[in-house]
Design a protein around this ligand. Structure first.
Ligand SMILES: C[S@@+](CC[C@H](N)C(=O)[O-])C[C@H]1O[C@@H](n2cnc3c(N)ncnc32)[C@H](O)[C@@H]1O
Ligand code: SF4
Length: 332
């Protein structure tokens, strides 16, 4: 059964947050003032077990899901996450994981051996001072580069994601693109989004994708590529000299709600049908209440069928003021 929402959009992608914790305090995601020592993270017994997560994913596959991304918080801080990877590789889905890379050097081989197909590593700057200012937890760039190296050595194709914030790291766009263009890794630049309520987002802080593309073209020479499939969020470009590809994700300046096929499962088992959702649907109580797989499928399908979300297309001063869920909780 293929689940479709009120706008006819199919359910295809499931993003699973395995923890709301993180060893970084990125200024645009978990700023220290809010997520310092006193912030309350979810207690262990509220987290879904790997068995519960696998069950939701398996049932979601029956509703049309073909892609699963493990994320967080920082997914590699969840103990033995490679065990979950192994469980999910038994499903007929494209499986990937997004990480800040700092624990990857020690985990890459285990993740690859467990069957992970590829990995996305976030890296916002190659300049150490800028990178430390962004992660606000004292991590050097070298820790992430080491992680990327380990992933490559383990045979995992790597995508590198950089969130661009005006006045913070726009000067890093060209150096990052240059660094990764001959590496075989795909570099992607992401517009800074108004997720959550703690990052003090302002439209002025967004460097629009068109500006990023113009800069890359001027400095390195790029031309657009056809998108690989419907609903692909990254606009793809190739270097004119044939040295690889680069992508840009224009979630703010050119929203793609019309093609959005994603659902997100939070670490405590709430299903969100939009990154900008105000509330999630409780799936954990269904899992722990003795429901059969069939009943679980019906519940998930019912949640998807009533979906009306298109926040990014409706973004306005009014929506800005609405309370929103943090990215670290819902899963980026
Ligand atoms: C929430 S993180 C979770 C996974 C992992 N901790 C990481 O950083 O890759 C997933 C992605 O969301 C991005 N992100 C976080 N806050 C964002 C924001 N306000 N706008 C755009 N992207 C954001 C991060 O840069 C990262 O690439
Ligand atoms: S973006 Fe990722 S690494 Fe940075 S604070 Fe959020 S969850 Fe942690």
């Amino acid at each position: 059964m293929q689940a479709r929402d009120t706008l006819g959009r199919p359910l295809r992608d499931l993003r699973i947050s395995v923890t709301d914790r993180c060893n970084f305090r990125c200024v645009y995601c978990m700023p220290k003032e809010t997520f310092g020592r006193d912030y309350e993270f979810l207690p262990r017994n509220e987290l879904l077990s790997f068995e519960e997560i696998e069950r939701v994913a398996r049932v979601a596959v029956g509703l049309g899901v073909t892609k699963v991304r493990i994320t967080g918080g920082e997914p590699l801080v969840r103990r033995e996450v490679e065990r979950l990877v192994e469980m999910l590789t038994a499903l007929p889905v494209e499986l990937t994981l997004t990480t800040n890379g700092t624990l990857l050097a020690g985990k890459a081989q285990a993740l690859a051996s467990a069957g992970l197909e590829r990995i996305t590593v976030s890296l916002d700057s190659l300049d150490d001072a800028t990178f430390r200012a962004i992660n606000d937890a004292g991590f050097p760039v070298s820790a992430v580069l080491e992680g990327i190296g380990a992933a490559r050595a383990a045979g995992l194709p790597v995508k590198v994601n950089c969130v661009v914030k005006r006045g913070v790291n726009e000067s890093e766009i060209v150096p990052l693109a240059r660094y990764f263009r001959n590496s075989g890794d795909t570099m992607r630049f992401i517009e800074y989004m108004d997720v959550g309520a703690t990052n003090g987002w302002r439209l002025d802080d967004v460097v629009p994708a068109a500006e990023i593309v113009a800069l890359l073209d001027r400095e390195l020479g790029i031309e657009p590529l056809e998108s690989a499939y419907r609903g692909e969020v990254a606009r793809r470009y190739r270097y004119r000299d044939g040295t690889g590809e680069v992508g840009v994700i224009a979630s703010v300046s050119e929203p793609f709600c019309g093609d959005c096929t994603r659902a997100r499962l939070s670490a405590d088992g709430k299903l969100y049908t939009c990154l900008f959702a105000v509330a999630g649907h409780d799936v954990r109580s269904v899992l722990r209440g003795g429901a059969s797989d069939d009943e679980l499928a019906q519940r998930l399908a019912a949640i998807w069928r009533i979906r009306v979300d298109r926040y990014s297309e409706l973004r306005s001063a009014a929506t800005d003021a609405e309370p929103k869920i943090e990215m670290s909780y819902i899963g980026g």
